[in-house]
Design a binder for this molecule. Sequence first.
Ligand code: ASP
Ligand code: MG
Length: 407
Amino acid sequence: MARLVLKFGGTSVADLERLERVARRIKAEWGQGHELAVIVSAMAGQTNYLVNLVRSASALADLREYDVVVSSGEQVTSGLLAIILQRLGVPARSWMGWQLPVRTTVQHGSARVEAIETAELRRRFKEERQVAVLAGFQGLADDGRTTTLGRGGSDTSAVALAAAIEADRCDIYTDVDGIYTSDPRIVAKARKLERITYEEMLEMASLGAKVLQTRSVELAMKHRLCVQVRSSFEDRPGTLVVDEEEIVEQAVVSGIAHSLDEAKVTLTRIPDRPGIAAAIFGPLADAAINIDMIVQNISLDGEITDMTFTVSRGELDRALMVLEKNRDTLRYESLERDDKVAKVSVVGVGMCSHAGVAQKMFTTLAEKGINIQVITTSEIKISVLVAEDYLELALRALHSAYGLDAD
Ligand code: ASP
Ligand code: MG
């Protein structure tokens, strides 16, 4: 007998028919004697619909009221699922975030979970064999009001609850059947991974493999909690996100991730003096614009240099506005923009102990005639920025070069 948290995403609970299928799956697990807490998302499309309603009502909506509206999708699915489970003869009870409660910070719209009270749930598991159906995405802040955890936040609800009830595993049921070595829509030879480390999953999640909310992976890593990503439509094991020690044969490179949400900005002929980077990135930080890659050219004469950095496409115009406003202090000659770029990243915990991983990436791209515009590295990742048109070619070539292709 195990204690499990099962989380079902929006596409898995998109209509009554799918909810019924989910309920039957829960009933089967429950029938095996497991203690179960279930986390549900809003039905597919509902949260987008609610966010748009708020935006249409007011461009500058109060975030406390935003949370009241957008958290309501999960209330509907948790109630419906509890009703269907009861009809199937499974004792089930729904819980809203405020009822447990799931205590969060007061940052409305993107709150963080701080603690979850679980004594009542544990009592009901034991004494009544009850299945808890929790509305994901929601919490309660010290201001006494409902919060939400940011888009995709029900993954984090699930992992936080699993940590709080000391679950044996947290299963994330979704519309893909696991984590792949690359995006299977682009790389036909991509393979499903049996296991991936927390560190790699974090890189993949933040690099655009949008299967899990990044925060949920951070939380799982902190608590060393085993998370499984699996399909709610097929009955096959998915991918386990685990500790490095639990992976017997570690490949040097586990996956090739990519992101199209990239834009490049270059400031040309800026003065090469102490404080120039601070002068550029300070105002951008004040405007809450996230910077990703940064390169500063060496200056041949010690006087003048160029600075290039990347931001997400949605923030490009704002970044340029901030820089234009500071033109007098920054003294750049021109401001160049390019939003037809993509980031390709090779990820693997094995690379910190192997030489030549970067070299293989560079020669592979060179052989295909793909120009690298910017390079950044971390211990377990090498990222390059290339022209968007070359993205697919780059992904496929690298996938083969690192021996990841399915036979
Ligand atoms: N329903 C919320 C969203 O779409 C939370 C979630 O599904 O994870 O962002
Ligand atoms: Mg999601």
